[in-house]
Write a protein that binds this ligand. Structure first.
Ligand code: NAP
Length: 485
């Protein structure tokens, strides 16, 4: 990371609009996964710090909730402008702590900023309803108000976008928020939070509306916050396993929850597909962040008549990828996030090979420092292999063949997850049939990317509850009040 960017990064806890050290006086190290070198040390929030952060956002809530929507909107727009002006610096931080190539980090910053712009535009568009009651005896008026202080827990794979996807709608709606970033990537969130703090301060708005508490122990921070009766909302992005635990904790406080959890995206290539377009779509859906995205294509389900062409195209496309440090010129695939991630990918590939899969490309760790794994294509993969049934979170593309649409849909649905699916077909009728028959929150037709700040992002089944982005993302932070008059 450029030294001038590192020098400006806040490394404390943001509570009450002030950056401060942990009450325990301790810190934890943040590492560059491409080199395993320590970038810097960050304050390690204690349970007292977490309680103080919760208290700060609870105190800030009445004032922020009363700020005019237009003022909230304009503050968010100023945050968007500043993020955009500082996009290169933000991207450098994303790459340093998360490993993704700079071009992808810039794309993430732009995507993350879009949530801020979208919710700056939505803050003044909270509609209500008025109508005569069916019995004719009175009128019904429905109004909306912010749910209250909220808590966000974010993952490491999109440290800026997953933060803005929660913070922007919360602030737009009039909620205040404590954020616990992932331990592996707290720096990007701190940079963003400082931009928010500066903008609020310059505009004379309450700076305590956003608190940030990085910690080496997620539970130490989350327990006091979840146990505070003033908390009204929990928004989590991460694994299904942790989501389940958090839902149980949220039950005690009867909290509103948004859960963006794991995925196991099927990528279907039908016999009538444009195979070259499918290969390009596969590259986008599989290789962003070295395969470490919740929307990563996890299983390539390909009609047997085009499977050979598709596999050859994928190998040719993967061969052109350049593995390296995300900040190095020309890199298109960075490292995985940590050593355990490489171990897991290695195990999943070995399990597929044990069950008869062929390795067409990759299948090994490149000989270099850092947490790297080579882009890998597997064919003849057993449908029950863990490579197919589990979230890979690495640059591995397992190809499974099918012979009919019915079989493809059954394979696609044969998982507890339902976040996103991709399908390549030239048949419009089939596209709509798939939207009806595939159990998923999102479906990309002839494209390998679906995310858009203005669209509802989220899953069904074990992939989560609620939606982020679009109009729905704001509703997650609003309560309705029905007035009978
Ligand atoms: P994770 O292990 O579930 O961690 C996510 C966040 O939860 C981190 O901040 C983590 O803190 C925290 N956490 C862990 N255990 C906790 C506990 N007991 N109580 C409270 N917080 C706890 O997931 P991850 O490995 O960071 O992220 C990858 C997963 O996220 C994948 O399954 C991926 O599909 C999913 N994801 C989903 C979406 C979506 O929109 N659906 C988007 C991105 C990622 P620490 O950092 O301290 O562990």
């Amino acid at each position: 990371m450029p030294p001038e960017v590192l020098a400006q990064l806040p490394t404390g806890l943001l509570i009450d609009g002030q950056w401060r050290p942990s009450t325990s006086g301790t810190t934890f190290a943040v590492e560059d996964p491409a080199t395993t070198e320590v970038i810097t040390e960050v304050a390690d929030a204690s349970s007292e710090d977490a309680a103080a952060a919760m208290d700060a956002v609870a105190r800030a809530f009445p004032e922020w909730g009363a700020v005019a929507p237009r003022e909230r909107a304009e503050a968010l727009r100023a945050v968007f402008d500043r993020m955009t002006a500082r996009a290169d610096e933000l991207a450098a931080v994303v790459t340093a702590e998360g490993g993704k190539p700079l071009a992808e980090a810039r794309a993430e910053v732009a995507y993350g900023a879009e949530y801020v712009r979208w919710y700056s535009e939505q803050a003044v568009r909270v509609d209500g309803l008025a109508r005569r009651a069916p019995a004719g005896t009175n009128h019904q008026v429905v109004m909306h108000k912010p749910v209250g202080p909220a808590f966000a827990i974010t993952p490491w794979n999109f440290p800026i976008a997953m933060a803005t996807r929660k913070i922007a709608p919360a602030l737009a709606a009039g909620c205040t928020m404590v954020v616990k970033p992932a331990q592996l990537t707290p720096l990007t969130t701190a940079f963003f939070a400082e931009i928010v703090r500066e903008v609020l301060e310059e505009r004379g708005l309450p700076t305590g509306v956003l608190a940030v508490v990085p910690s080496s122990s997620a539970r130490r921070v989350s327990e006091p916050i979840l146990g505070d009766p003033r908390l009204r909302k929990l928004s989590f992005t991460g694994s299904t396993e942790v989501g389940r635990t958090l839902l149980k904790s949220a039950a005690d406080g009867i909290l509103r929850t948004s859960m963006e959890l794991g995925g196991n995206a099927p990528f279907l290539v039908f016999e009538d597909a444009d195979v070259e377009a499918a290969v390009q779509g596969a590259l986008a859906a599989k290789m962003r962040n070295a395969g470490q995205t919740c929307v990563a294509a996890n299983r390539f389900l390909v009609h047997s008549s085009v499977a050979e062409d598709f596999a050859a195209g994928l190998v040719a496309a993967f061969e052109k990828l350049v593995v390296g440090h995300g900040a190095a010129e020309g890199t298109t695939v960075g490292p995985l996030i940590e050593a355990a991630a490489v171990d897991k990918v290695e195990e999943l590939v070995a399990a597929a090979v044990d069950r008869g899969a062929s390795v067409l490309l990759g299948g090994e760790r490149p000989d270099r420092r850092g947490y790297f794994y080579s882009p890998t294509v597997l064919t003849g993969v057993d449908r029950e292999a863990p490579t197919v049934t589990e979230e890979i979170f690495g640059p591995v593309a397992p190809i499974v063949t099918f012979d009919s649409e019915e079989e493809a849909v059954a394979l696609a649905n044969g998982t507890e997850y339902g976040l996103v699916a991709y399908a390549f077909t030239r048949d419009v009728n089939r596209s709509f049939r798939l939207a009806e028959s595939i159990e998923t929150g999102m479906l990309g037709i002839n494209r390998g990317m679906v995310s858009d700040a203005s669209a509802p992002f989220g899953g069904v089944k074990s992939s989560g509850l609620g939606r982020e982005g679009g109009e729905a993302g704001l509703e997650e932070y609003l309560d309705s009040i029905y007035l009978a008059i």
